[in-house]
Design a protein around this ligand. Structure first.
Ligand SMILES: Cc1cc2nc3c(=O)[nH]c(=O)nc-3n(C[C@H](O)[C@H](O)[C@H](O)COP(=O)(O)OP(=O)(O)OC[C@H]3O[C@@H](n4cnc5c(N)ncnc54)[C@H](O)[C@@H]3O)c2cc1C
Ligand code: SF4
Ligand code: SF4
Ligand code: SF4
Length: 362
C-alpha cells in the first residue's frame, strides 16, 4: 500500500492526494486535533502512485530572487475591507477583467473556512487564521481551465504548491501565496464559536478589522446584532494564535519560510514600510508583493499604470524581510496540554473554552 508520509509534521492537509486518485481511494479525515489528514482505503487502491507524485511533501519549489514591491490601493473603502494594502483584490481584479475567475478562502454560513471558486471576491478578503478546506476546489479549477479561463488561486504556500502540482505547467493558472505563519485547527475554532455564542452563529467575525488605524490589529465580531471588538494582542483567542500555540503540526516544520518560491506572487503585510516610506506608516496597511514570475512582474506594472494603486519598488530586502520568510514557528510543550484540554469534553460534548482562554491566552 502507498505511504504518503512518515510523520504528521510532514502532511499539509492540502487534499491533492485525494483529488488526484482515480479510484476514490483517499478520504480526508479530521484527527483528534481537528486537522484533516488523508487515509487510503486499501481495498480500493490500485497502487498507481499518483497520490505520491502529486504530494508537495519534499518536492522542490524554489525560485530566483523575486522583485519586491510595496502596494496600496488608492480606494479607501477597498483598503479598509482588505487585511493589508489590498494587493489580493488588485491582482484578482486584473484577472477578473481578463475574463478569469478566482479561488480564495471564505467564511461559510456557519463560519467554517473553505476555499471557493467565484467571480465575487468580497468574502475572500480578510485573513482567516483557521485552516481552510480546499478539497472541493480542484475539480472546479480543472473545469474552468478546460474552458480556457484564467484562474487565480490564492492561499497558503502549501495549498498553492498542491494546486501547482495538480495542474503542472498550466499557463492559465496564477498562484498568489500568502506569507504564512501557520493555521489554527478548525475544531478549536468551532469550539471557540460555540463559546462566543452557544445558541446561534455569530453574525460575522473579523480577525483583522480596520475601524481604527492600527494596521488591522483589531478583532471584531457580532452576535445577534451586538458588536464587540478587542485589540488583537489583548484578545485571549487571538493571543493563543499569535503565541503560535495550536498550529497544524506541519507549520512547525514549514518549508515555505523563504522568499524564494516558485509561485507567481507572494503577498503579505509590509511590516517594515517605515524604512521604505515613513509617510505610509499610518496604520492603514500596506501590502508586500513579491513577483516571482515574469507574468507577475507584468501584472504588477499594469496595476501601477492603471493608477488604481500606489506601487513602490522595494529593492532593499531589509525593509520587507520578516520572520515568517525566515524560519517556521516554534512548537512548545504547551501545545500538547492545550489539545488535551480541547479534547476534555463535558456532558454536552463541548470543551471548557473559558479555561483554555485563561490558561493559554494570557
Ligand atoms: C493563516 C494566515 C497566516 C498569515 N501570516 C502572515 C504573516 O506571518 N506575515 C504576513 O505578512 N502576512 C501573513 N498573512 C497574510 C496577510 O494577513 C494578508 O492576508 C495578506 O497580506 C493579504 O492581504 P490583502 O490586503 O492583499 O488581501 P485581503 O483582501 O485581505 O485577502 C486575503 C487573502 O487571504 C486569503 N486567505 C484568507 N484566509 C485564508 C486561509 N485561512 N487560508 C488560505 N488563504 C486565506 C484569501 O483567499 C485572500 O486571497 C497570513 C494570512 C493567513 C490567512
Ligand atoms: S496509489 Fe493510486 S489508487 Fe492508490 S491511493 Fe494513490 S492515487 Fe489512489
Ligand atoms: S497531498 Fe497533501 S494531504 Fe495528501 S499526503 Fe501530501 S501533503 Fe498530505
Ligand atoms: S505555515 Fe507552512 S505548513 Fe503551515 S499552513 Fe502555512 S504554508 Fe502551510
Amino acid at each position: 500500500m502507498q505511504k504518503l508520509f512518515e510523520s504528521k509534521k510532514q502532511c499539509f492537509g492540502c487534499s491533492a492526494c485525494q483529488n488526484v486518485c482515480p479510484c476514490d481511494a483517499v478520504v480526508m479525515k479530521a484527527d483528534a486535533e481537528g486537522f484533516l489528514y488523508p487515509e487510503i482505503r486499501e481495498e480500493k487502491c490500485v497502487g498507481c502512485g499518483k497520490c505520491v507524485d502529486v504530494c508537495p511533501i519534499g518536492k522542490s519549489f524554489g525560485s530566483d530572487k523575486p522583485k519586491a514591491y510595496a502596494m496600496r490601493t488608492n480606494d479607501a473603502k477597498l483598503l479598509s475591507a482588505s487585511t493589508s494594502g489590498g494587493a489580493f483584490s488588485l491582482i484578482a481584479k486584473y484577472i477578473l477583467q481578463k475574463g478569469g475567475i478566482v479561488c480564495g478562502a471564505v467564511f461559510d454560513a456557519d463560519l467554517t473556512v473553505k476555499h471557493v471558486l467565484s467571480a465575487d471576491i468580497s468574502g475572500m478578503r480578510k485573513s482567516k487564521y483557521v485552516q481552510s478546506d480546499i478539497s472541493d476546489c480542484p475539480k472546479e479549477i480543472r473545469d474552468a481551465l478546460n474552458q480556457g479561463k484564467t484562474v487565480l488561486f490564492s492561499g497558503t504556500p502549501c495549498q498553492c504548491h498542491a494546486i501547482k502540482n495538480l495542474f503542472p505547467d498550466n499557463d492559465g493558472l496564477f498562484l498568489a501565496a500568502l506569507i504564512c505563519r501557520g493555521v489554527l485547527s478548525p475544531e478549536l475554532w468551532k469550539e471557540y464559536l460555540h463559546y462566543l455564542s452557544a445558541d446561534s452563529i455569530p453574525d460575522y467575525f473579523c480577525f483583522r478589522d480596520k475601524r481604527i488605524d492600527n494596521d488591522a490589529h483589531t478583532v471584531a465580531w457580532s452576535i445577534n446584532g451586538t458588536e464587540r471588538t478587542n485589540e488583537f494582542q489583548r484578545d485571549p483567542f487571538c493571543r493563543i494564535y499569535s503565541k503560535e500555540l495550536p498550529l497544524r503540526p506541519s507549520c512547525y516544520a514549514c518549508p515555505y519560510t523563504t522568499p524564494l518560491r516558485d509561485f507567481d506572487f507572494t503577498i503579505g503585510d509590509f511590516w517594515g514600510i517605515k524604512e521604505l516610506d515613513p509617510a505610509l506608516d499610518d496604520g492603514k496597511g500596506t501590502s508586500l508583493v513579491l513577483a516571482h514570475s515574469r507574468h507577475a512582474a507584468l501584472i504588477t506594472e499594469e496595476i501601477q499604470k492603471s493608477g488604481e494603486a500606489m506601487v513602490l519598488p522595494a529593492d532593499d530586502e531589509k525593509s520587507w524581510m520578516q520572520i515568517a520568510l525566515e524560519q517556521p514557528a516554534k512548537e512548545t510543550m504547551l501545545r500538547r496540554f492545550l489539545y488535551k484540554d480541547l479534547n476534555t469534553r463535558d456532558g454536552s460534548g463541548h470543551c471548557n473554552m473559558e479555561l483554555i482562554l485563561k490558561k493559554y491566552g494570557f
